[in-house]
Design a protein around this ligand. Structure first.
Ligand code: CO
Length: 312
């Protein structure tokens, strides 16, 4: 799932060094589940299928395989780049013209693997899809311990521009830590970006976005279906307390969908109350202008001394 570029610095979260090897084994197992879910997903995603059925189908399959969805399945079509998960009553059906980014993650005890595939149902956007895949492959090909993230961004940018498109400059890949999908380090999609060296043994998601437009996404304030806990504090409204308790118990700091809590009475009021108080962060839809097309390719890796281990 995409991370919106911020200027908050690059602090890595604390590493539990004693248990790190065990965590990495969990990351690898989550990757195996993610691979299976991806194979099945590619057989299900077809024109005529409702977005809500596809999202819920992938999420249910992850559970059947023994994992948990690390965040709601993002199904962002065409000029939408990220953070579109269908609401429970979303009637949208995949069209034969859609360029659909299917971005989902699996976690095992908080060890998260994040990945995305772009499906070109019209068959007319092969070059755009290939540009994102090639940018990802070139990035992975140069990543190893000590390589600077700014240089990874530069390779992505050059690959995409050579193909006549633009990388999306304000969306990035990200370091991943247990229970933290966006753990502080950004893996940029452009070169002019203050970088840090990749650390051996750490997990990163790399996700080039390729655009036919200006290469910069904007928030859509009218669409927000994904939230995550940002700062727990005591809240007075009973509905808000109920939501907060459920989130802490089920998702902790991982993103969740409004539809996952649809049984909670007065849910909308509680979500806006919690967002207003800074307890929850809302992930608005990120998009470019209508008519723009955007592709994305994403995988997660463990950094090794002389390369990467690809998890999915
Ligand atoms: Co991601």
């Amino acid at each position: 799932m995409a991370h919106e570029h911020s200027h908050d610095g690059h602090d890595h979260a604390e590493v539990d060094e004693e248990h790190w090897a065990e965590y990495l084994a969990e990351f690898e197992k989550a990757g195996e589940i993610c691979k299976k879910a991806k194979e099945k997903m590619l057989t299900v995603a077809k024109p005529g299928v409702k977005l809500i059925d596809l999202a819920e189908g992938i999420e249910a399959h992850i559970l059947e395989l023994g994992g948990k969805p690390a965040f709601p399945v993002n199904l962002s079509a065409n000029n939408r780049a990220a953070h579109y998960t269908p609401a429970a009553d979303d009637a949208t059906v995949i069209s034969e013209k859609d360029l659909l980014k299917i971005d989902f993650g699996v976690h095992l005890d908080g060890c998260i693997v994040d990945n995305s595939v772009t499906v070109d149902f019209s068959g007319e956007n092969g070059k755009l899809v290939e540009a994102a895949k090639e940018a990802l492959a070139n990035a992975l090909g140069m990543m190893k311990a000590g390589v600077n993230t700014a240089d990874v961004g530069k390779v992505i940018e050059e690959t995409v521009k050579k193909r006549g498109f633009k990388p999306i400059e304000n969306l990035c890949g990200h370091s991943i830590m247990p229970w933290q999908l966006h753990a502080g380090v950004e893996v940029p999609n452009v070169g002019n970006h203050g970088g840090v060296p990749l650390e051996e043994g750490m997990v990163y998601a790399v996700e080039p976005f390729v655009s036919t437009g200006e290469g910069r996404v904007k928030d859509d304030p009218d669409f927000c279906e994904i939230y995550s806990l940002s700062e727990p504090k005591s809240v007075r409204l009973p509905a808000s307390r109920k939501v907060l308790d459920l989130v802490i118990e089920e998702y902790q700091t991982l993103p969740f969908a409004r539809r996952w809590l649809q049984e909670v009475p007065m849910l909308s009021m509680a979500l806006s109350d919690l967002q207003r108080q800074g307890v929850l962060h809302g992930y608005n839809l990120l998009r470019e202008a209508p008519g723009t097309l955007i592709s994305q390719a994403e995988t997660s890796v463990i950094i090794e001394e002389d390369g990467v281990k690809v998890l999915v």
